[in-house]
Structures are given as C-alpha cells and as structure tokens.
Design a binder for this molecule. Structure first.
Ligand code: UDP
Ligand code: MG
Length: 334
C-alpha cells in the first residue's frame, strides 16, 4: 500500500483577519483534491493586533468538530496548529517558527493574502515528484499591479546581490516553496538571528525546481512593507550573505592611500625643484575632505557588520511564543 505523506502548510500572518477566511476556504479546496498526501496548517500569528488570532483559534476548533462529526467546516478534516508570538517579530521569524514546528515529510510556506495561488500547490507537488528535487519554489514572472518603483529597486537588488555575494537568488522568487524534511532540517539548523530566508534557501543548497506564475494582487488588507522596511530588508539581506562590501572598501581605501602617497611624493619633488607653492591650499582642503569622507564611509560599512555581530552574539531567540496548540498545551510566555 502506498504510504500517505504529510505536508505542513506554514502561513505567517500579521493582521490578516480580513483574508484568513477566504484563504483557508481556497487552500482547503485546492488541497482536498490532492491524493496521497495529508495536510496540516501551521499558522504563525506574528503579534497581530486585529482578530487574526481569534480566527486561527476558531479554525483549530472547527477542525476538531469536523473530525468528530464529519462536518465540513472551513478547514474540514485538515489539522490546524498555530503559534502566536508575544509581539511582531517579522515574517522571517514567523517562517522560522513554522519550519521549526513542522514535522511533516514536506513543508510548504505560503502567504496568507492569496498572492500565492493555491492551485499551484498541486503543480508543485507533481513537479517535485516528477523531478525528484528537494524543493519546488515559485517564481513571479511579472510584477503586474506592484508599484513601479518597487519593481525597479527589487530588480536592482537581485542584480547587485547575485554579483557580489556567494549565493544566487533567482529574480522574482517569492517565499512560496515546498521543501523536503531534509531541507527543512538544514534551514532550522541555522540559528542566526537576522534571517534572510531567500538567501538561506539558496545557501543550504539542495536541488530546487521552479514553477512560474503571474503576480496576483492581495485579496484584502494591505501590504505590510513600507519603502523604508523594504530598503532595510534589502540591506540586511545583502549584508547577511556578502562580505564583499568589506573587501570593496578595503581595496578602495588601499588605492586611494597609494594614490595620495604618489601625490604627496610628487608634491615634495615639485617643492624641491620649483620652490614653495602657496596656492596649493585649496587642493589640501579638498584632500582632507575627501579622506575624511572616505574614512567615515568605510567605518560605517564596518560598523554595519560589527552591529550585526553584536546582535548575533547576544544569542537572543528569533521569536517569543505566547500561545500555541502544538503538543496540545497552551504555553505561557517564556
Ligand atoms: N507577515 C508577517 N509578519 C510581518 C509582515 C508580514 O507574518 O511582520 C506576513 C503577512 O501576513 C503575509 C506575508 O507575511 O502573510 C506577506 O506579507 P505582505 O503581503 O504584507 O508582503 P508582500 O506580499 O507585499 O511582499
Ligand atoms: Mg502580500
């Protein structure tokens, strides 16, 4: 007899009260037709301030009645587990918590706003079986409906990232991904505090197959990303996976230092031959300013890395749990 494999659907939620009903409806419908697999929801409430947690709790209750009375509830027959954070720790922390809690043969991460089409789940499973890969990831081939400026910066970010870091991040990759247990274990074993999942997925290796889809706009609510938030995400991602800025400023500093030495020697020779040249005042000031600026720039890049080291060495947990139904116990805040 063919064994039934388990897939955990990990859903990070931050103020998604308005989308969750439709989300669960659609996803449950999409996965109920997939034979040979059993699904479990793992909702991560990332410190929402709306009714997200109540919604999730109610799904968990419905699941129990559905199981006993054969009732077709919202999450009919699909087990619902959840973890609720003590505050908003960010999507990265939520994904990490979900992966950590996952026990299935596969883990599937997807957004709660239906920007990741549930119909693709089936295709992902088929493709994974077909190719025997460890992971199947979705890639947006269009950014339709997204603010233009965001697309431009995102493209630029991936270009720079791939050029200067050791990892290759595919343009348009989203956090919609099906992964084998082995890959999940590898990701969970990376305990870093400042997580950049797109980089981590690439860094752990394993074979990944891709499916492509057109961008979909979120069904309700709004994107949690501000311009500032996205810029910070880009810088964090880059710094987490590339040490080349350090090398770059080092080389740049070296070249300017050698250049200024040459200039200095040339000036001395010139003074000896031609005599004192008082109008050199302006160029001196220019040089002082140039080097002052350069040193500050270099220091700030180094500072970014040291700041990160400082935060990592504190060894703080990635998230703090306030409530959960995993292992059938409600855990107090720790
Ligand atoms: N999210 C989260 N914590 C946050 C921000 C977002 O768990 O601090 C979740 C959010 O609920 C959604 C997913 O991450 O399920 C993607 O967020 P959003 O739709 O705001 O991002 P976008 O699609 O605009 O990139
Ligand atoms: Mg979204």
């Amino acid at each position: 007899m063919e064994t039934i494999k388990k897939i955990d659907i990990i859903v990070p939620c931050f103020n998604e009260g308005r989308t969750l009903d439709i989300f669960v409806d659609e996803v449950t419908r999409a996965v109920s037709s997939v034979a040979g697999y059993r699904f479990t929801y793992i909702f991560i409430d990332d410190g929402s301030t709306d009714n997200t947690l109540e919604k999730i709790r109610s799904f968990a209750c419905q699941e129990h009645t559905a199981a006993t009375e054969q009732d077709v509830g919202k999450a009919a027959g699909i087990e619902v587990r959840y973890i609720s954070f003590s505050r908003n720790f960010g999507k990265e922390a939520a994904m990490y918590a979900g992966l950590k809690a996952s026990r299935g043969d596969y883990a599937l991460i997807m957004d709660a706003d239906l920007q990741h089409p549930p119909q693709l789940i089936r295709q992902m499973i088929d493709k994974l079986e077909e190719t025997g890969s460890d992971s199947c990831a979705a890639r947006r081939v269009s950014r339709k409906g997204e603010p233009r400026i965001r697309s431009v910066f995102a493209r630029m970010f991936y270009k720079i990232m791939n050029r200067f870091s050791d990892i290759e991040i595919v343009d348009g990759v989203v956090d919609f991904r099906l992964m084998s247990r082995q890959m999940v274990r590898a990701i969970v074993s990376m305990p870093e505090n400042q997580r950049f999942s797109k980089g981590i997925f690439a860094w752990v290796g394993f074979e990944t197959c891709w499916i492509e889809f057109e961008n979909v706009e979120r069904i309700a609510g709004e994107s949690k990303w501000s311009v500032w938030g996205l810029a910070k995400y880009a810088v964090d991602g880059f710094i987490d996976f590339a040490v080349s800025p350090l090398k770059f400023v080092g080389v740049f500093g070296g070249i300017t230092a050698v250049g200024s030495m040459v200039y200095f020697i040339a000036e001395i020779i010139k003074t000896i031959i031609v005599g004192k040249d008082v109008p050199g005042y302006a160029s001196t000031i220019c040089l002082i300013l140039f080097f002052g600026g350069l040193i500050i720039a270099i220091l700030s890049v180094i500072g970014e890395y040291i700041g990160r080291m400082y935060l990592e060495t504190k060894g703080r947990p990635v998230y703090i749990e306030k409530e959960s139904n995993i292992d059938e116990e409600i855990k107090p805040a720790s």
